[in-house]
Design a protein. Structure first.
Length: 40
């Protein structure tokens, strides 16, 4: 099957950083926003 490439994982509290990363187009793969309280 098809497997996505995870380029970055960002905690929910840093959502603005995730948006900046996407807008910069420097991240290869998907940007995953992890929920509050998740352990990664």
């Amino acid at each position: 099957g098809i497997r996505p490439v995870i380029g970055a994982t960002v905690p929910f509290e840093r959502m603005a950083d995730a948006h900046r990363l996407i807008e910069s187009r420097r991240c290869v793969g998907k940007v995953v926003v992890s929920p509050v309280g998740s352990e990664q």
